[in-house]
Design a protein around this ligand. Structure first.
Ligand code: HPA
Length: 265
């Protein structure tokens, strides 16, 4: 099997060839509810079907987008937008999960913005609330790192970038993201466990990607859209349709927020 870093370099070379952009400065992974930010942050220079790029697979989830875009920001910098995320629950392993951020790093990106739709544990968060990720608890019992790589994860979700985000919206709350394996939603007891160990947000992505991004030397900004209150906190059953709908309802507002944050980086 190809070494994951070589595969990421091949992917970056293909992106450079197809987009005509040799270096990107910032990369974004747009999860549920965040996709419209791609249209708002700048001028799209290239839209590439992710499956044309080495190592990328078609998305497993209906409602997710499988494109990679190169966008020129008003500042003249270039952003790489990954619409295609491989989730850990798809079962293709941690290399597949980390491939997007490793590719982003190989294109030159120094800042990785990871977004997702997630469940909220804090009852004051209504569906549609965007939240900054301050830290994470990785409950997958896995790591994207292989071998003796003792990577420091202090300030993994950059306090500098969170402060910049707060200059755009001072009311942005923050919380600790717990990555569960999924694809089932959590039980109410698991949500209570997450709460007791210091979690505020539950989801099925981001933590493993953040670790890989840190290994690659990137500075990370994490944002969750609370699409629902987590199981047992909300009294009604969870559904994927509800999650997608909450994302759609909040999309214009939160994408505008993200675009403004990007303009300050
Ligand atoms: N749990 C896990 N993942 C999610 C949720 C949730 O409640 N909502 C959206 N993604």
């Amino acid at each position: 099997m190809t070494n994951p870093f070589d595969l990421a370099s091949e992917a970056a070379a293909k992106i450079a060839e197809l987009s005509g952009i040799q270096n990107h400065d910032i990369a974004l992974t747009l999860g549920s509810g965040w996709a419209k930010a791609a249209d708002l942050i700048g001028e799209t220079v290239a839209t590439i079907d992710a499956t044309q790029i080495p190592g990328f697979l078609p998305p497993a989830v209906h409602g997710h987008v499988a494109t990679i875009r190169s966008v020129k920001l008003p500042s003249g910098k270039y952003a790489l937008i990954l619409g295609a995320r491989s989730h850990y629950y798809e079962g293709h392993g941690v290399r597949q999960v980390a491939h997007g951020v490793r590719t982003a790093a190989a294109t030159g990106a120094k800042i990785m913005i990871l977004t997702n739709g997630a469940g909220g544990i804090k009852e004051t968060w209504k569906p549609g609330t965007p939240v900054l990720i301050s830290d994470h608890i990785n409950l997958t019992a896995d790591s994207p790192l292989e071998g003796a790589k003792f990577v420091d994860l202090t300030d993994l979700y950059s306090s500098r970038l969170r402060a910049i985000a707060r200059t755009v919206d001072a009311s942005l709350d923050e919380g600790v993201y717990c990555q569960f394996r999924g694809p089932h939603y959590e039980t109410p007891a698991e949500v209570q466990m997450a709460k007791h160990i210091g979690g505020h947000i539950v989801g099925m992505s981001t933590a493993l990607e953040a670790i890989a991004a840190r290994e690659a030397g990137m500075e990370i900004l994490g944002l969750s859209l609370i699409t629902n209150l987590a199981a047992g906190i909300q009294k009604t059953p969870l559904s994927h349709e509800e999650v997608i709908q909450a994302g759609k309802d909040a999309e214009v507002r939160i994408s505008g927020l993200l675009a403004e944050i990007v303009s300050k980086l």
